[in-house]
Design a protein around this ligand. Structure first.
Ligand code: APR
Ligand code: PHB
Length: 390
């Protein structure tokens, strides 16, 4: 088998890249280890920045998004009986975010790709060879047989636990890793959501009230790093949500919980995002803590840069954009890691915090509550920074 761009992984990074390349007439094949059902059912965050929504429009895959997503104009932060109410478009130059589950984005991209691009599910890549040559090869297993896909370029879009980053010699990568001392326990519930996206800093820990539809709530509580989910029966989750969000039963309506999972809270950046003919994008190169829901948006921003660079290279032999790929992406990555880390530090209870550190955290929240400048900083990052240009 042979293609121009071999893409490992059918998450948002791999799928957006495939559609961008197909639009530009570049041949690519996507190899995904899991089944289509699994990939479409995986529950993740659900906040789309304006730039990600624009990308879906450009690719002609925004029809259902426009019909079913919800526009978020406000962001609330509750702490110690106070409320910070941010008017996002007012603070961030008219930009707003859309609420739409990541797996819905993935479904829309796969449906579009069915006609545009060759895709193989249950095709697990096991090795990427020859990345320092002009003919890298992806070896993969499909239906019990081993195959080789010869490419001009390989895009490693296989997430944090994939093989692409591991194919780069360890001494060629600088790794920056930070694990926060807590996790998030997330649920989906059949219940009317709170009116606005609401973050809470409470003595019991962080909580977040988001939504997926007018009848489905997406709720999170801060928990231990390696939390035993069995210790969180539904009643305990609701009780903690009421306390931390300071919301009575009329505001926070309890419903049937139909999904529960623990998300790690971690920052990770591997640089550079390139080795020879292998390019890393999305979670394969970096992860952000979930506060602010930037993971999907960052993956989309990476592959927008990568697609333009690959098209220039494969069409015209011009490798200048490819040479700049990693640096261009990392500027946005670090600013986004910074913001996600700031929001995480602002909103969580840190087990090791002294009373001094706790007072500083609450003073920061009180400052934001009273400062238009501080609110602008939170809002303009939340709706998404402008795209980097090479
Ligand atoms: N071969 C083929 N596919 C693989 C392999 C492999 N060896 N290893 C992993 N994959 C697949 C995974 O099954 C997954 O579908 O790669 C895909 C990676 O997708 P994501 O983990 O979703 O990563 P990415 O596309 O970078 O999306 C960015 O945004 O909300 C965040 O972390 C969240 O998924 C998220 C991300
Ligand atoms: C979500 O809706 O899943 C979500 C929203 C905001 C976040 C994180 C996750 O900061």
């Amino acid at each position: 088998m042979r293609t121009q761009v071999g893409i490992v992984g059918a998450g948002p990074a791999g799928l957006f890249l495939a559609l961008l390349l197909a639009r530009d007439g570049i041949d690519c094949i996507v190899l995904e280890a899991r089944s289509r059902d699994y990939v479409e059912g995986r529950v993740r965050a659900g906040v789309l920045e304006q730039g990600t929504v624009d990308l879906m429009h450009e690719l002609g895959v925004a029809e259902r998004l426009m019909r079913e997503s919800m526009i978020d104009r406000n962001l609330d932060i509750r702490f110690e009986g106070q409320l910070i109410h941010l008017d996002l478009p007012g603070l961030a130059g008219g930009r707003e975010v859309h609420i739409y589950g990541q797996q819905e984005v993935v479904k829309d991209l796969i449906a579009a790709r069915l006609t545009a691009v060759q895709q193989l599910f249950e095709a697990e890549s096991i090795a990427i060879d020859g990345i320092d040559t002009a003919r890298p090869v992806i070896n993969f297993r499909h239906k019990g047989e081993q195959h080789a896909l010869e490419c001009d370029v390989v895009a490693g879009c296989d997430g944090f636990h994939g093989i692409a980053r591991a194919s780069v010699p360890q001494d060629a990568l600088a790794v920056h890793d930070h694990i926060f001392p807590f996790g998030w326990l997330g649920i989906l519930s059949e219940s009317r959501p709170l009116a606005d996206m609401t973050y809470a800093n409470h003595d019991h820990g962080f909580a977040l009230a988001s939504r997926r539809s007018p009848r489905i709530s997406r709720l999170y509580v801060q928990c231990a790093v390696d939390e035993d989910i069995a210790l969180w029966p539904d009643a305990r989750i609701w009780e903690e949500l009421h306390i931390r969000l300071n919301a009575d039963h009329d505001e926070l309506v309890e419903g049937r919980i139909f999904q529960k999972g623990v998300t790690p809270v971690r920052s990770f950046v591997a640089a550079p995002m390139r080795q020879g003919r292998l390019f890393l994008a999305g979670d394969a190169a970096h992860i952000v803590p979930p506060t602010g829901a930037k993971g999907l948006n960052l993956a989309a921003a990476d592959v927008r840069v990568l697609a333009r660079a690959l098209t220039a290279f494969l069409r015209r032999g011009d490798d200048r954009l490819l040479e700049g790929y990693s640096d261009t992406c990392l500027r946005r990555v670090w600013k986004t890691v910074r913001y996600s880390t700031y929001m995480t530090t602002l909103l969580h209870r840190f087990p090791a915090h002294s009373t001094f550190e706790r007072r500083i955290q609450l003073a920061e929240l009180d400052y934001i509550a009273g400062s238009h400048a501080a609110q602008t900083v939170v809002a303009e990052n939340y709706v998404g920074l402008p795209m980097e240009t090479a």
